[in-house]
Design a protein around this ligand. Sequence first.
Ligand code: UD1
Length: 344
Amino acid sequence: MATLVTGGAGYIGSHTTVALHDAGREVVVLDDFSNASRRVIDAIRSLTGSDLVVVEGDAGDPGVLEPVFARYRIDSVVHFAARKSVSESVADPLGYYRANLGSVIALAAAVVDRGVGRVVFSSSAAVYGATSTLPVTEDSPTAPESPYGATKLMGERILADAAAASQMTAVMLRYFNPVGAHPSGLIGEDPSGEPSNLVPRIMQVASGRRDRLEVFGGDYSTVDGTAVRDYVHVMDLAEGHVSALEADLTPESSRIYNLGTGAGTTVLQMLAEVSDVVGVPIAYEVAPRRPGDPAASWADCTRAHHELGWQARRSLKEMLADHWNLTRPHPEPTDSSPPHPPST
Ligand code: UD1
């Protein structure tokens, strides 16, 4: 039996594929490579020493899903394949609703038809409103600020309804702020694209590709005036998916879990940590707040701990060291040196 991982060549998907393999599962990856490199597959194969099965196609296309379910004995699905830029979703809301919800509906239909037991859904802390009380629990009010966040909340609802009317169990994982990379440096978030998230941008300053970091807002009611987030190692997140597949959740038909560390870090604290890990000062300037940003957000992960037996184990320093290992400038390869690690 195998686990189907849609979007398995992406950032969290590739780490989860490795974690599933390490846990002894067969994996079939379905990815259309619209936002991921095919080189990631080579990296996963070399990390796992396996002949990973990869199907190229759109997870929202029933014509793609049907032969996958017919050919492979799929007993569980982890669904990552989705568009994931908040700003792009504001500019192209209908494209986001079509892509992200179309794939959930097509996949849920295939899963119900085939009697697959469990679906794990890649959701986000973006489903919560900006004014949640802290820490954020799974029962905190939901009020997504963007079409992207709305597609995640609606995706959860679609899967929960499908699960209630069938034999499948749906597990929604709401990630806080993923950071880091596999310690090998072979997979991680694509360092070649133009990032909008904090840590990739700080790393660009550290490596000289960006002059200084703009700190969005210095007047929040937080310890140092800058915004607080819950940064969690992508390897811990990957292991959370393994736990979500394996946990005994009877008699629930669906369940929601926060995945974070439960600790908050400000932007200035993050700058200091990166400076410490990399060994260079990080130049910055305080800029206006970014619209839609909450002042502070960190997770209560008690439910995941109690019910999934999962908790984040890796420290902030470890996340940053692994991220830096992936993104730091590497010398040009020579004939005798190994090639530069592939990016996602
Ligand atoms: C963002 C997304 C969120 C998504 C998450 C995944 C937005 C509004 N939200 O969350 O939906 O789930 O990424 O990674 O895009 N910051 C700076 N300077 C920078 C970049 C960021 O000060 O150059 C600050 C931000 O204002 C924020 C913090 O750093 O306070 C973290 O930002 P970011 O990494 O973009 O994550 P979120 O905004 O929390």
